[in-house]
Design a protein around this ligand. Sequence first.
Ligand SMILES: Nc1ncnc2c1ncn2[C@@H]1O[C@H](COP(=O)(O)OP(=O)(O)O)[C@@H](O)[C@H]1O
Ligand SMILES: [Mg+2]
Length: 448
Amino acid sequence: MDDTARGGRCVVWFGQPIAAEQQSLANSGWSVRVANIQAREGVGVRTGQTVVAMADFRHGDDNVLQAMGRQIAQYPRVPWIALVSSEMPTQQPLVKRILLNCAELFTAPIDMPRLLETLARFSDSKQPQVSMPEADTLGMVGQSAAMLAVRSSIRKYAPVDLPVLITGETGTGKEVAASALHELSVRAMRPFVTINCGALPSNLVQSELFGHERGAFTGANARRIGHIESASGGTVFLDEIGDLPLDAQTSLLRFLQEGTIERVGSSQPIRADVRVLAATHVDLETAVAAGHFREDLYYRLNVLRLRMPALRERAEDVEMLAQHFLDAFREQHHSHARLFSDSAKQAMRAFSWPGNVRELLNRVQRAAVVAEATLISVADLDLQDAPLTNGHRSSLGLTRVSAEREAVEICLRESRFNISECARRLKVSRVTVYRLCKKHQLVPEQLR
Ligand SMILES: Nc1ncnc2c1ncn2[C@@H]1O[C@H](COP(=O)(O)OP(=O)(O)O)[C@@H](O)[C@H]1O
Ligand SMILES: [Mg+2]
C-alpha cells in the first residue's frame, strides 16, 4: 500500500479521472487511486478507511470493465458511483448491476460540487451508507458458514479458466453459482449460455451443442451454429450434465481436451474459446460406476468442485432469504404482508425444504399473495402440517422421543415382531424392548 492509500478517504477509480477532477478531489481530502486494470486484486484498503468506488463509463473501455468484473467482489461494503455515457454497453450484465446498485449517477462533465457532496455523505458515519451488498454482487443471499464458504470458493474459482463441477440438490442455487462464476471472470463481458442437457431431445443433442451443416440430416435446411460456438469468448453452463447422452459426452470430452468442436455433418474442427461449467443433482460417481457417464469426461469436469449446500443444512439463512424474497415480490406487486410472524419463522426454520431455495421462493410468493395481514402466518406458507427436519425437532423437544419410537417400530417390523430378534438388532435386552414398546404405546400384536 502506498502513502496515498493511508489517507482516511479514497476513491478507487475504474477508468481515467481527468487532472482537474483529481485536483478538486484532492483539495477536499480525497485521494484518487486508479484501479490497476491488469491486476486481479483490487487496491489495498485499510479497515476504517472510507472508500468509494467510481465506475467511469466515459471511455467504454473493455479492459476497464473486465477489471471491474474481477475486482468488484473485493469491495463488498463499498458504495459505487457511476459516471455514465451514451457509449456504455447498458445490456452488459455487470454494467446493469452497477447501474442498478450504485449510490449516485453522474454524467460528463461531472458536476464536481454534487460529487463532493455525495462523497461527503459517505464519509459521514451518521448517514446511512448505501453500498453494493455483497449478496447482490453474487446474486446470493445468506450469511451461514456454508454460504460464506461457497462465496469464497466462487471468488477463488471464477478467475481460473477451468471447468467447475457444481453439485447439489435441486433448487440449491447451482445456476446462480454458475452465473456468479461467469460474472466474476474475465469472460463477464461475453455470453453466458445455459444448456439444460436433460431437456434436449436425444437425437438433437449433438446439433444443439455443436451445430450442424446444411443437409447434415433430414430437416437440416440451413447451417446452424451450436450453443458452444455461440458462447464464444464466454461461458457455457451445462445443467444436468448427467443426462448428456454418451455420444455427446465423447464430443464434449474432445472439446475439453483439444478446444475444438465439429458441427454435425462436417469433419472440419473449429476452434472455440469457451469455459465449461457443469451442474448435476445426481451423483456422477455412481453414474460412472454404472457406465452411464464417461469416466475420462468426469475427471475433466471435476477439476474444481463446488457443492451447494441444501437449505436445511443452513437453516439460519432461511429467514433472511424469505424476507429477501418477500421484499423483492413487494417491489413488483401489491401485498399486505411485510414481515413474517414468529411462528412462521419457526416453522420455516424447522421445515426440511426438499425443494430448497426454489421451494422457499415459491412458498413466500404464494404467501405474499394470500396473506391478509401484515405478518405472514404459518398457514399462508402452507406449513401447518409440514414434516420437520430431524435436526430441528429437538428445538421443539420432540426429536429424541419420536426418533426413538420410530426406530423401535421400524426394527419391530424388520424383525417380523419377534422381540428377541428386535432386541438383538437394537443391541438391548428383551426387557428393554418391552419397556420401549410400553413407553411409546407400541403394541406389536396391533402393528402386525
Ligand atoms: N442464495 C440465494 N439467494 C437468492 N436466491 C437464490 C439463492 N439460491 C437460489 N436462489 C433462487 O432460487 C431459485 C433456484 O435456484 P437455481 O440456481 O435455479 O437452483 P438449481 O439450479 O440448483 O436448481 C432461483 O430462483 C434462484 O434465483
Ligand atoms: Mg437448475
